[in-house]
Design a protein. Structure first.
Length: 176
């Protein structure tokens, strides 16, 4: 059994849900034991113990959390020395053309900022849970949705994630 580590950065808890779905798909293939943990908890020892590593991070106000780029810079040789992958979660990815790594502006901008060249890339559309957000965040996102022709009902929960696509990426990770 090979050990795969999936580390994530999240604000509202959707990225770890995607990680858990990846874990289920990958473990079902029978070749990997998968550990999922927040990027903030991941140590040098955790990385040393794994045979492959995946990083997943969500976008908030145009950016992945700064600790993701810091983690990558600090551990780049550990990342480069084993099979590795990166995925981003954002709501722009609900739009055709922005739902692929080459067309997603956040992922492309992030890749230009970091020295690491992940072997596999993915981008997934996220989830907006308006009632769970504070007044300012809720209305900022509603405004962004208004101008990008998305849903604005403040009582709504909108999940844009294509779970079949997440599962297909999981199958790809199991083969990497
Ligand atoms: C306050 C806030 C700001 C956001 N900013 C952006 C953004 O700039 N671009 C975008 O595509 N998605 C944006 N999103 C959508 C998130 O990326 C999406 O909700 C994702 O599922 C969050 O994942 P997480 O729960 O793991 O943090 C934002 C969401 C919130 C709540």
């Amino acid at each position: 059994m090979a050990n795969m580590l999936i580390v994530y950065s999240t604000t509202d808890g959707h990225t770890p849900r995607i990680c858990e779905r990846l874990r289920a798909v990958i473990e079902a293939q029978g070749q990997h034991r998968v550990t999922v943990m927040p990027v903030a908890d991941c140590t040098v020892e955790d990385l040393a113990r794994c045979d492959s590593v995946v990083i997943g991070a969500s976008i908030r106000y145009g950016k992945h959390h700064p600790r993701v780029a810091e983690f990558i810079a600090r551990h780049q040789s550990a990342l480069d020395s084993r099979p590795n992958a990166l995925f981003s979660v954002n709501v722009v990815a609900r739009k055709p053309g922005k739902d692929v790594p080459e067309g997603n502006p956040y992922l492309q901008k992030f890749l230009r900022r970091i020295a690491w060249k992940p072997r596999l890339l993915a981008v997934f559309a996220g989830r907006i849970d308006y009632p769970s957000l504070g007044f300012l965040d809720r209305n900022m996102i509603r405004f962004i949705m208004l101008i990008t022709k998305g849903p604005t009902d403040p009582n709504g929960v909108f999940e844009f994630t294509d779970w079949a696509k997440v599962e297909a990426f999981g199958a790809e990770l199991a083969r990497m």
